[in-house]
Design a protein around this ligand. Structure first.
Ligand code: HEC
Ligand code: HEC
Ligand code: HEC
Ligand code: HEC
Length: 505
């Protein structure tokens, strides 16, 4: 065999052919690498910050012109067909599903109406429609303060800037109803100049400050949870209906109870047991922080807003939803197990937690009803004091877990711990009630009325749902369209320049 060198010596054109082929191959390889790099860059810089967007622009569709992918995926939240074994985005009457809630929340608005959340897209509509907000036909009427809007709308940061935070909190819900029409939106989580994540909820900034921390120093990964912690948290209304996150002593149920005990706080007095009750809101962030994913640095957005790719473009899925409807992007980026296996893992943890939760609910319902009976036998305040303390703590431990949506997956052990301790408190209360009843001459088991359906339980409490629904329908027919019309006019004036988005005070 002749070597290539020999052949080239004999026929020099072969050398030129080899040279040219090499040039072409190198050129193509270079081109290929360049395309990959370009795609990568594209993936990182899929957006251009928009300089002329007002920093407090509430309208999602205005932001959407610059960020169509995020806006379009946000709008997919309109679809509410997904249901999992325990949760989902379908509107579901939780009182119908679980009538025990009616007795547990007796005397409080949740005993009249309580539905499964549908998602951010519906945040304003759902607040209009729930019976809990009443039917205020005039501005200033109705049961709720404006503070209720704090977690519901992209109009709130604008309103707070316009009115001042304290003035906003001090207003009634119905006074600012015509100002709040856009659902939770871009401005709640983003700075339009940079598109960086930002905190727009003063209560979160203040809760950090009281703990000597600065929320603006949070890491990028922390912000991917803290943006959610603006709303998915435990809170209460302080003086002047100011929104406060009670985290000063820690995030655990007992630490928050201690905080509330310390200020002698009660949300309402239970009409059956006469207990000064605490209502947990939705400590989703708090419970999540106590679970393994948070401890391993996973953020809310990793599962609820995972990345998505379209062609070479990688972006954040703004359909904030139940991860079980999106296991491939939400879980399989980190876990190699099959979708079926991962769903099984979630559901089996939840079933175990719900099993104990149900036992706690039954014990608490009985405790309230037995306490009512024992009061009627003539029990004294002194006799009942230890009972009421157990009921207060037991129901707090129940509610802090039950109101934490997803908590049974986010931190199953913590939920088990709370519910287990809750069962103990509820049973201690019942034991003491039996003793008091015996001392008052009643030694038989305490009779429990039939409150086994939503209708029976509400009838027992004297709640007239039909009357409330009629009033609500009037409100929805007359007041809400008026609010929406005034908002349309305001939006038109912003666009025409007749009015500033935040007029100077
Ligand atoms: C509940 C909070 C929240 C809301 C509301 C929200 N975003 Fe985002 N957005 C995020 C998070 C979290 C990320 C991921 C940021 C990161 O990791 O850097 C993100 C990322 C982005 C990005 C960066 C590119 C990308 O896709 O990762 C853009 C642009 C964006 N959002 C636009 C919007 C627009 C437009 C809206 C309103 C229609 C909106 N966002 C509403 C939380 C939110
Ligand atoms: C401005 C307040 C606010 C912020 C910020 C916010 N949420 Fe929500 N979220 C809500 C409210 C209110 C609802 C219930 C809305 C309804 O159903 O009408 C809700 C509902 C949800 C639901 C239930 C949807 C379903 O399909 O069942 C999920 C999941 C959720 N949020 C996750 C998140 C995550 C994750 C973040 C952060 C990236 C976040 N939220 C940020 C207020 C907020
Ligand atoms: C960003 C990465 C990441 C994502 C996304 C993620 N996980 Fe995990 N997961 C982890 C880590 C880390 C652990 C802890 C494992 C360890 O340290 O050994 C874990 C643990 C678990 C465990 C065992 C912990 C327990 O409760 O006993 C389950 C089950 C689980 N993940 C399910 C899921 C499901 C379901 C999803 C999607 C909804 C998901 N994970 C999304 C990283 C992730
Ligand atoms: C490791 C993945 C993962 C992380 C991280 C995570 N979640 Fe979840 N979340 C889930 C799963 C799984 C469920 C339960 C879904 C079910 O059972 O249908 C859930 C349920 C929820 C729900 C109720 C959804 C519904 O359909 O009603 C809310 C609200 C929620 N999570 C908020 C949050 C918030 C806020 C954070 C951060 C503080 C967070 N989650 C962090 C996986 C996660």
């Amino acid at each position: 065999m002749k070597t290539l060198g020999k052949r080239i010596e004999e026929k020099p054109w072969i050398g030129w052919v080899v040279f040219l082929i090499t040039v072409v191959v190198v050129f193509l390889a270079g081109l290929f690498t360049y395309t990959i790099v370009e795609r990568r860059t594209e993936a990182q810089f899929v957006f251009q910050p928009v300089k002329d967007l007002h920093p407090l622009e509430p309208r999602l569709e205005v932001w959407g012109e610059a960020f169509p992918r995020q806006f379009n995926t946000y709008n997919q939240m309109a679809d509410t067909t997904f249901r999992s074994e325990f949760l989902g985005s379908t509107r579901l009457d939780l009182l119908e599903k679980n009538p025990r809630l009616v007795i547990l929340f007796a005397g409080f608005a949740f005993a009249t109406d309580y539905n499964l959340a549908r998602g951010h897209y519906y945040s304003v509509t759902d607040v209009h429609e729930t019976l809990r907000t009443g039917a205020p036909m005039k501005a200033g009427e109705g049961p709720m303060p404006a503070t209720c809007w704090s977690c519901k709308s992209s109009d709130v940061p604008r309103l707070m800037a316009e009115m001042g935070d304290d003035e906003f909190y001090a207003a009634r819900w119905s006074e600012v109803g015509h100002e709040v029409v856009n659902p939770i939106g871009c401005v709640n989580c983003h700075d339009p100049q940079t598109m960086n994540l930002r905190i727009s909820q003063p209560a979160l900034v203040e809760a950090f400050e009281r703990q000597g921390r600065d929320v603006t120093k949070a890491t990028h990964q922390e912000m991917r949870s803290l943006t959610c912690a603006q709303c998915h948290v435990e809170y209460y209304f302080g003086s002047g209906n100011k929104l406060i996150f009670p985290w000063d002593r820690g995030l655990k149920a007992e630490e928050v109870e201690e905080y509330k005990d310390n200020i002698e706080f009660a949300d309402w007095v239970h009409p059956l047991s006469r207990t000064r009750m605490l209502k947990a809101q939705h400590p989703d962030y708090e419970i999540f922080k106590l679970g393994i994913h948070a401890q391993r640095g996973v953020s809310c957005a990793d599962c609820h807003m995972p990345y998505r790719t379209e062609g070479g473009v990688k972006y954040t899925d703004h359909r904030v939803q139940n991860p079980l409807n999106n296991v491939a992007n939400a879980c399989q980026t980190c876990h190699r197990q099959s979708e079926a296996e991962l769903v099984r893992n979630v559901v089996s943890r939840q079933r175990d937690v719900y099993d104990v939760r149900e036992k706690l609910e039954i014990a608490l319902v009985n405790a309230h009803l037995e306490a009512e009976f024992v009061w009627n036998l003539g029990a004294t305040e002194d006799q009942m004091a230890p009972v009421l303390q157990h009921i207060r703590t037991g129901q707090w431990l129940w509610d802090y877990g039950a109101a934490s949506h997803g908590g049974a997956f986010h931190a199953p052990q913590e939920m088990m711990r709370m519910f287990g301790n809750g069962v103990n408190h509820a049973q201690e209360a019942r034991l003491e009630l039996a003793r008091i009843a015996a001392r008052l001459g009643h030694s038989d088991p305490i009779p429990i009325p039939d409150v086994s359906t939503k209708a029976k339980a509400q009838a027992y409490l004297g709640i007239d749902l039909e009357q409330r629904q009629r009033e609500k329908n009037e409100f929805l027919r007359i007041v809400v369209p008026e609010w929406l019309q005034r908002a349309d006019e305001r939006h038109r004036q912003w666009d025409s320049g007749e009015r500033d988005i935040v007029p100077s005070r």
